[in-house]
Design a binder for this molecule. Structure first.
Ligand code: NAD
Length: 419
């Protein structure tokens, strides 16, 4: 099992990101207090009868950071290190992310502190259903729409959708996104985050006048976001020299055969031990001589202590919050081009929005239609962020936050204050 140094409090980082953007935008204090903090925070106890008969209590959360621009939107994370502060940070980032890609949603996030790798399917189902019923007053297709995040998936969404629908008495597929296709899911949703990451890397390469096919890539985290990004980069001719998951990192200087790594991951649940590769340590992976580094696991992976060893030219933040502010400053100083999380991984929520639209209309699009619309949204957002970066001479992260925070500030100003 790999250890992760999670040094900074993610919520402090989210607040710092906000303050920096708000300062750069010159937002007055009245606007700041209305949009900075979560609108609603719910902490719940989730008792679950485990397979051996005893009842285990899980602590769980749903945080709605903002509903200024539309219903709250955000994933549900199952992980042993989930804390309320982490969920607050992730909900905050969702607000700015939805605004960056200009979709009519606010931000939310949910989490259950649990170790899903050591739970049976039955335990996971009972926990998911009880969690859903505990947060039921907050969620709904016009209020707050959960989606998958770390260690949750389309099956988790199906359980949430079923629990919610049974309570209301009729099917309500629009209560979650990232559902199975047979329940009203969207084609292209499962690969949307990785595809969006790929679209923004294409933009960055074009901006930096680099040919994608001449690049080498390392991907940390080989789950939903990381594996799809690796696959698309591989298909585009980039050499993916290293990938990792929580069991270990693998390396092949000539490039890994990503479809075969994916196949092995599917069969065994891990990438470690892939035949045409050698094992390397997590620290070695982050320090690899490669053009593009894609952190696609958890927060605070790159921090003050290891940022100086990073040699990549582009960092594409598939994960939320993988760089601490200290790492950010070090890497900016080294001239690394950072595609910030709220831009880079916004493909997931964008296709979640497409799924919600299709559910509301009961009219479904083909996969190519979804990909084309996604690419348009991602490339427009990239251009919008780059424009702010150039106009204000700020780093990409501040530019992205300025775009997101600025759009929410504009909306709250027009809505005014109730009562
Ligand atoms: P996932 O559960 O599908 O995959 C997570 C991967 O990270 C797994 O392969 C796991 O083994 C690996 N991992 C965990 N700890 C690790 C470590 N210390 N070192 C290396 N690998 C490690 O989750 P996901 O949905 O791919 O989410 C990954 C990141 O992307 C998260 O930060 C999430 O918030 C973000 N994200 C996901 C989506 C989405 O639609 N799934 C959307 C936006 C952002």
């Amino acid at each position: 099992m790999l250890t992760t140094t999670r040094v900074d409090n993610a919520y402090d980082v989210a607040l710092e990101n906000f303050d920096t953007a708000a300062d750069a935008l010159g937002l007055n204090n009245d606007i700041r207090v209305m949009i900075k903090y979560p609108e609603r925070i719910l902490t719940v106890t989730v008792p679950v009868r485990m397979d051996d008969g005893h009842i285990h209590r899980f602590e769980a959360y749903r945080v709605q950071h903002s509903m200024v621009r539309g219903p709250a939107k955000g994933g549900v994370r199952y992980h042993p290190q989930v804390t309320l502060d982490e969920v607050k940070a992730l909900a905050t980032w969702m607000t700015w992310k939805c605004a960056v890609v200009n979709i009519p949603f606010g931000g939310a996030k949910g989490g259950v502190t649990c170790d899903p790798k050591h739970m049976s399917q039955g335990e996971l189902e009972r926990m998911t259903r009880r969690y859903t019923s505990a947060i039921l007053p907050l969620i709904g297709p016009d209020q707050d729409i959960p989606a998958p995040d770390v260690y949750t998936n389309s099956q988790t969404m199906a359980w949430i959708m079923d629990t919610y629908s049974m309570t209301k008495g009729y099917p309500i597929p629009g209560v979650v996104t990232g559902k199975p296709i047979s329940l009203g899911g969207s084609l292209g949703r499962s690969e949307a985050t990785g595809r969006g990451v790929f679209n923004t890397i294409e933009c960055a390469c074009e901006h930096l006048r680099r040919q994608l096919k001449d690049t080498t890539v390392a991907v940390q985290g080989f789950g939903n976001a990381g594996s799809v990004a690796a696959q698309l980069l591989h298909e585009a001719g980039a050499k993916v020299v290293s990938v990792s998951d929580s069991t270990g990192c693998i390396y092949n200087r000539n490039g890994l055969n990503i479809p075969e790594v994916m196949h092995m991951k599917f069969l065994t649940g891990h990438v470690y031990g892939f035949p045409e590769s050698e094992p390397i340590s997590p620290a070695e992976q982050l320090a690899l001589e490669c053009e593009i580094l894609v952190p696609a696991a958890l927060e605070n992976i790159i921090h003050a202590e290891n940022a100086t060893s990073v040699r990549a030219r582009i960092i594409a933040e598939a994960a939320n919050g993988p760089l601490t502010p200290a790492a950010d400053r070090i890497l900016e100083g080294k001239g690394v081009f950072i595609i910030p999380d709220i831009l880079c991984n916004a493909g997931g929520v964008t296709v979640s929005y497409f799924e919600w639209v299709q559910d509301e209309q009961h009219l479904f699009w083909d996969a190519q239609d979804v990909y084309n619309r996604l690419e348009r949204v991602m490339k427009t957002a990239f251009r919008d962020v780059l424009k702010i970066r150039d106009e204000h001479k700020v780093p990409m992260r501040i530019a992205a936050n300025m775009l997101g925070v600025g759009r929410v500030a504009e909306a709250v100003q027009i809505r005014g204050i109730y009562p």
